[in-house]
Design a protein around this ligand. Structure first.
Ligand code: HEM
Length: 527
């Protein structure tokens, strides 16, 4: 803004003079213009009306999920290869090609359910969203800290979020509503076993893993594709909190994790994560007991070892929370050449949802904002106008040509670097069906068996505490699911609720599910 001298401050005062947005100096910022010292005020009070009406519009809608978050900047450094094998063999994405190549990143960590000023101590998944400002344009990897999700089809997302959010009448978050939904959603068991174990309250953002969760693809120069899953491992280690630790922090502090991240970066203790990639051939994998496109499943690490591909360091905080944290916009559709979507039914839904909500939440030109604009690559579109358009893209030699094709100038299409044909051919009838290999309980059970005794105790305690606040049919159905996850878990939660296995083990399966032979055996073992 221009520095305008005024008669207000003393000549010796070096501070810059306050103006309004039109560049007019503000002579009096304490008193409105009135008729006489005691009022009334006048409607041509331009300075006052501009000030107050801008203030009235200071907030944009908060994110419908992940409203509370914190953003920091840093860089990603590629390893170029794992062992002797160049990463280029599997992806042509430029950011991965050379050892030591650095790409700027912005990362936003978040909680999911609470509002913009809610506590960061809640039992809630954490968001882990990374924007890579690559030389080929931006790539967003929008993940969470638990590696799986509650549902596997995007059509159920508004329902799972409504159940988890506060009740629309009293605005309380209610276990009765959450488990009413979850008890009818068997695919949520793997997520629930994670979320209600000690992993469900990360100590802060620096000591937390990240996962892409959904299945993506890598594409190489020959157009060959692999299915991939992404993992972020913190060099700082992984730490969680008990309910008691969380309550003690929350009594004094709602934003402990934001504060922790900022303070660490400011004192030069820059947090670091390693990026690892699991990979499998791009087909249905009938030999597996789960579908590789199902985001309620993890891929066994023995069969699909996570391979390190680079590291990320965060070394800078934002200058302005609103401009860089509230207005930053991530999306699963934001991919660069060499990285692609899979047919994961959550991923396609997410890909529509993010830019849709951002056009509403931030505005049609949200991608023109500095934090969202591509930094490493040139942006030249024929998009024009719209609310808050702050610039016109370079359209080449003839600025009149904002369309394509044209023989008089304007922009041209890029050449494919290699090929656009990629991946296996897909055949099928148009239909509405759930995937065949749902196997809702096996991995949840394996996760339970991997827990130490105190973690199992914590999970059982948390479940009993919350389910005690639910209706009896919901309790019974949840105990039934837990018997199928692992007999011991069901028996212990049942005991805590006063529901013996006998009372529930003959419940019919839900209409929306198919039990595996292993599930049937697990019920039969109960006698
Ligand atoms: C944020 C939709 C599943 C991670 C959001 C937002 C929407 C959304 C609308 C707000 C975005 C904004 O206002 O900028 C969906 C839908 C899903 C889904 C429709 C399922 C169909 C997931 C899953 C994950 C995830 C499975 C984790 C892997 C995130 C993160 C953010 C977010 C990290 C916050 C991004 C930020 O920090 O700005 N999601 N989501 N979402 N979602 Fe999802």
């Amino acid at each position: 803004m221009t520095d305008v001298s005024s008669k207000g401050p003393e000549p010796s005062d070096e501070r810059k003079v306050l103006t309004n947005r039109q560049g007019h100096p503000v002579y009096d910022n304490q008193n409105q213009r009135t008729v006489g010292a005691r009022g009334p005020a006048t409607l041509e009070n331009y300075q006052f009306l501009e000030k107050i009406s801008h203030f009235d519009r200071e907030r944009v809608p908060e994110r419908v999920v992940h409203a509370r978050g914190v953003t920091a900047y840093g860089y990603f450094e590629s390893y170029g290869a794992w062992g002797e094998e160049p990463i280029a063999r599997h992806t042509r994405a430029k950011l991965f090609q050379e050892r030591g190549k650095r790409t700027d990143v912005a990362v936003r960590f978040s909680t999911v359910i609470g509002g913009r000023d809610s506590a960061e101590t809640t039992r809630d998944p954490r968001g882990f969203a990374v924007k890579f400002y690559t030389e080929e344009g931006n790539w967003d990897l929008v993940g969470n800290n638990l590696g799986v999700f509650f549902i596997r089809d995007a059509i159920k997302f508004p329902d799972v979020i409504h159940a988890l959010k506060p009740d629309p009448v009293s605005h309380e978050q209610k276990p009765a509503r959450i488990f009413d939904f979850m008890s009818q959603t068997p695919e949520s068991m793997h997520m629930l076993v994670n979320l209600f174990s000690p992993r469900g309250i990360p100590a802060d953002y620096r000591h937390m893993q990240g996962f892409g969760v959904n299945t993506y693809k890598w594409v190489n120069e020959q157009g060959e594709t692999k299915l991939v899953k992404y993992h972020w491992m913190p060099k700082q280690g992984v730490r969680s909190m008990t309910e008691a630790d969380a309550a003690a922090i929350q009594a004094n502090e709602l934003g402990h994790a934001t504060k922790d991240l900022y303070e660490a970066i400011r004192r030069g203790d820059h947090p670091e994560w390693e990026l690892l990639v699991q990979m499998m051939d791009d087909h249905e994998h009938p030999e597996l007991h789960f579908d590789p496109l199902d985001d309620t499943k993890t891929w066994p690490e023995q069969e699909f070892p996570p391979r390190p591909v680079g590291r990320m360091v965060l070394d800078r905080t934002v200058d302005n929370y609103f401009a860089e944290n509230e207005q930053i916009a991530f999306g699963t559709g934001v991919l660069v050449d060499g990285l692609d979507f899979s047919d994961d039914k959550m991923l396609v839904g997410r890909t529509f949802s993010y830019s849709d909500t951002q056009r509403y939440r931030v505005g049609a030109n949200y991608l023109q904002l500095p934090v969202n604009a591509a930094k490493g690559a040139a942006v030249r579109t024929n998009q024009r106008d719209g609310q808050m358009a702050i610039g016109v893209d370079d359209s080449g030699a003839n600025p009149e040509v904002n369309y394509e094709p044209s023989i008089t100038g304007g922009l041209r299409e890029a050449e494919y670097r290699t090929t656009d044909d990629q991946g296996p051919e897909i055949h099928g009838r148009v239909t509405r069906k759930r995937i065949p290999r749902t196997n809702d309980y096996q991995q949840a059970g394996q996760r339970y068996l991997l827990m130490e005794q105190w973690e199992r105790d914590d999970l059982v305690h948390n479940m009993v505490t919350l389910l005690s606040q639910c209706d009896r049919p919901v309790q019974e159905r949840m105990v039934w699911h837990f018997l199928l996850v692992e007999n011991e878990l069901g028996l212990r939660v049942g005991e805590g609720l006063g529901i013996p296995a006998d009372a529930v083990r003959r419940l019919p399966p839900l209409a929306s599910q198919t039990l595996t032979e292993e599930d049937e055996r697990r019920l039969a073992r109960l006698g």
